[in-house]
Every structure is written in structure tokens, then in C-alpha cells.
Design a protein around this ligand. Structure first.
Ligand SMILES: [Fe+2]
Length: 165
């Protein structure tokens, strides 16, 4: 097996394509969360809340790890010495961290909705849901523009074609 084939097998596909796919799934989840926020307080679908509660943490964490372990190093390798890129990647890492924390709180709130908990603060839950999916959409829009730019695509191609990787 060639090294190139090893990389393809390890990641399954071009890393940029993998990020696009992960972003697409995350945006679909944002749409589900918006539907839940819109359904408050009287039309909540408990099954939808349960599904979102289960999907949220794992989807967010695996998407972030892939970006940080595979895609960010590709970009910083390609654009080495560019301080602005370094600062931008640090900011994106920080946003990942914040969103993961936020996702944990939201998972608990979604479980409470799914269980029909009596003491749930509907207003705070709606606010939390909207804050989360709005931040996620902004983050993804920025990454689409920044990570999936021409430079990033070139970097991904270089990785796949470079000997010795
Ligand atoms: Fe990200």
C-alpha cells in the first residue's frame, strides 16, 4: 500500500470534503434546534429533543477534533509564518472549546425538555438554543470561507500528492 493510499484510508476521503460533509450535518442539526426553539413552550416534540440531545455532543466533538487534528495543521503548514492565520486558527479553536461547553449545557436542557421536566425555565432554554445555533452557523460560515478557500484546497491536494506522508 502506498503512503498516499494510507492517508486516503485513514481519512476515508479528501479532508476538505470531509469537513464540508461534517458542516452540512452540523447545519442540519442547527435547523432541528431552531425547530425546537420555535416549538417552545407548547408544541415541543419530545422525540426530536431526545434525538438532538443524543446527537449534539458527539457530532460537535468529532467535527472539532477532525478540524483541529487534520485540517488546521494542513492550513498552518501551507501558510507557515503567516501570523494572521495562526491567530485565526487559535480563535477557531477557542470557539470550538466554547461551543463544546455550551453543547454540554444544551444537552442537559434538551433531556429536560424530552422528559417534560416541570421545573424547566422555558425562556432560558429558548435563549440557550438560539445562542447556540446562531453561534454555530456563524462559525461554520466563517470556516467555509476561510478553511475551504483556494489555499486550503491546494494544501489538501499537496498532502495527498506529497511523497513520504
Ligand atoms: Fe470549526
Amino acid at each position: 500500500m502506498t503512503d498516499d493510499a494510507t492517508i486516503r484510508q485513514a481519512h476515508g476521503e479528501n479532508p476538505i470534503a470531509a469537513v464540508r460533509k461534517a458542516h452540512h450535518e452540523q447545519l442540519l442539526l442547527c435547523d432541528r434546534l431552531e425547530e425546537i426553539a420555535d416549538s417552545l413552550p407548547d408544541s415541543v416534540n419530545k422525540q426530536k429533543c431526545l434525538y438532538a440531545a443524543r446527537a449534539l455532543g458527539p457530532m460537535i466533538r468529532s467535527g472539532h477534533r477532525f478540524e483541529e487534528d487534520v485540517v488546521f495543521p494542513l492550513i498552518s503548514g501551507q501558510l507557515e509564518g503567516d501570523e494572521k492565520i495562526k491567530a485565526t486558527l487559535n480563535r477557531l479553536r477557542f470557539e470550538h472549546c466554547e461551543d463544546e461547553c455550551f453543547a454540554e449545557e444544551l444537552t442537559e436542557a434538551l433531556h429536560a425538555l424530552a422528559e417534560g421536566a416541570e421545573d424547566i425555565n422555558i425562556e432560558a432554554t429558548g435563549y440557550m438554543l438560539r445562542g447556540f445555533f446562531e453561534a454555530m452557523r456563524r462559525h461554520i460560515a466563517f470556516e467555509n470561507e476561510f478553511l475551504l478557500s483556494k489555499e486550503a484546497l491546494v494544501a489538501a491536494d499537496n498532502l495527498r500528492l506529497a511523497p513520504g506522508h
